[in-house]
Structure formats: C-alpha cells, structure tokens
Design a protein around this ligand. Structure first.
Ligand SMILES: [Cu+2]
Length: 151
C-alpha cells in the first residue's frame, strides 16, 4: 500500500465514530443473572397486540423471577413493542422467533407483523413501572400502551 493510501486509511479510522462501551443504563451483569435463574420455573406471560391495544394492558412481574414473554400480533396490521426503559430493567437471555434464537444483551423494540409471534426470555430485575407502546403513527394515542410493573 502506498504511503498516501496508508495515511488516508489511518485518517478514515480516526474519523470513525468511537465505540462507547457499557450501556450503563442496561443490566450489565445480565449473563450472570440469566445463568443463576431457574428456567424450569419460568413463568409464561402472553401479551397480544391488535388495533389498537395490548391485552392484557397491565402486567405485574416479580423482581428476580425468570419469564417467557410471548408477544403475538393478532391484528390486521403490524405493531411495535417499543420499550427502551423496560429493556433496561431486565436481564435478557434471548428471543425465540420460529426456529431461530437471537442472543443479544438488550433490545429497544420489537416489530411484529400480522400473525407474528416471538418469545422474550428474561429475568425481571429493576423494580419500577414501565410503559411499552406501539411507535407506529398514532397507535399509542389510540390506546397501544401497556403498563408493566416490576415489584
Ligand atoms: Cu400499532
């Protein structure tokens, strides 16, 4: 590589957005919490999405308890489960979608198409009240907001 090219490459590298580590707001020791949980005792909670509500629209969870949250779009349209604050309050294990599993430290939102379904495996961690909502157009205004309490 010529010197000019190398200099250009170095410049590009330094100009790139620097990585910021530790999303401090999220549960940083999620792996540890997930590993310690007794998944045989995981509780299944089902949340259905349609036009324009979540049902049930209030869910109460216990801190320290593992859960499988099943989200199902039973409507005619696609809907979102947008819940950045809720995702910060849990230790995420994985998401199952059909025959696939997604292992990621945390999420911000899920989009479900009509008849779409996914299962979020997590341990409830931080006590508080969270309000997942549908971020599509005016769906939230029309009633697509749920309350999840971790106590
Ligand atoms: Cu919606």
């Amino acid at each position: 590589m010529s010197r000019i090219l190398m200099a250009a490459a170095a410049l590009l590298l330094t100009a790139a957005t620097p990585a910021v580590h530790a999303a401090d707001d999220y549960v940083t020791n999620a792996d540890e919490i997930v590993k310690a949980a007794d998944w045989a005792k995981a509780e299944v909670v089902t949340l259905k999405l349609d036009e324009h509500s979540y049902s049930p629209n209030k869910v109460t969870l216990k801190a320290g308890q593992p859960y499988k949250l099943v989200l199902k779009d039973e409507g005619e349209e696609k809907h979102y489960f947008t819940a950045p604050e809720f995702f910060k309050a849990i230790a995420t294990r994985k998401v199952e979608v059909g025959l696939a599993e997604i292992k990621a430290p945390y999420f911000k939102a899920f989009e479900l198409k009509p008849k779409g379904e996914l299962t979020l495996f997590f341990v409830a961690v931080t006590k508080g009240t969270y309000t997942p909502y549908c971020s599509i157009e005016d769906h939230r205004k029309k009633g697509m907001e749920a309350t999840i309490v971790i106590e």
